[in-house]
Ligand binder design. Sequence first.
Ligand code: EPU
Length: 337
Amino acid sequence: MVLEEHKSLKAYNTFGIDCNARYFISAKSVTALKEVLSKYANKEIFILGGGSNMLLTKDIDALVVHVDIRGISVVSEDEQHVQVKAMAGENWHDFVLYCIEQGYGGIENLSLIPGNIGTAPIQNIGAYGVELKDVFHSCSALNVQDLTEETFYKSDCEFQYRDSIFKNKAKGKYIITSVTLTLTKKDHTLSTSYGAIQQELKEQQVTEPTIEAISKAVIAIRQSKLPDPAKLGNSGSFFKNPVIDSDAFQEFRSNFPDAPFYEVSPTEFKIPAGWLIEQAGFKGKRFGDAGVHDRQALVLINHGTATGNDIWELALRIQKAVKAQFGIYIEPEVNII
Ligand code: EPU
């Protein structure tokens, strides 16, 4: 393992922000990770996974540990189900494709989500009617204090919309080293209720959808709306969709009867932040190299040389404008560093 100094993190975050790490090291196994943590116990540690859910607004004056542990294995299987374990450094989408190739169903709707396996449970990634929690069995995590490995089962993770225990009370205390999912080998439960998926399957003339067809449809939808981070720096949805209570919703509805919404429960209503941002006039707007995507207003982009602060200033400006126009606070989904 090589300890590098003053290393640019541009290639390690999907926004493509050029900030430096004071120290940087890649850990390629759980043993190596433990070694790093004990050897540099005196240094402040910053854990880096796929870098797909963070906005760097400054250099990181710490030891950045890049979790680069690879490997996929079947833990157990019967006729119907398979438990697949993937190590934290595996790329999420490559893993989805591997599962589809093997005929394992359950995560096809989560195709093309940027990031790595290890970060997927932290924000309970979700798209097109499916969330990670629906297939999650457990994950292994290294306790950074005593370097023991602990298992978190689904019920331990406190999963919610883009949220888990790892964003709350377990924050900073664990490094996820692997994730185990329970997937189906046959009689897959297909989730095609999402309008855009139905439309895409129709266009592709698919009458009896398979996991592969759904994955292809999701890839086509995402590619048509969401920018490829390899070409245009971004971090997916920058904000969460806000959830408001019945009173706030009644008022919102009477002022904006055409606004889209989803009923989360009889007392909670989710409003698409993309719609709010578009209505506030930001869709496709650009301020220097910081911008708002022209096909999905929820995605902020780096047109080239934006700094993290340029993006953050734009985010604050959007937040303020949405609050002024709709009285609704939109909260970032991305971690601001
Ligand atoms: N909308 C607009 N203008 C926009 C964007 C959206 O009016 O610029 C409206 C759409 O017309 C639609 C509604 O907002 O009525 C919802 O839009 P969309 O289906 O694109 O989904 P979203 O709520 O904006 C969420 C996730 C995405 C996920 C999609 C599909 C969050 C924060 N985002 O977006 O996740 O891919 O649903 O399930 O929940 C991510 O987390 O990085 C991400 C991309």
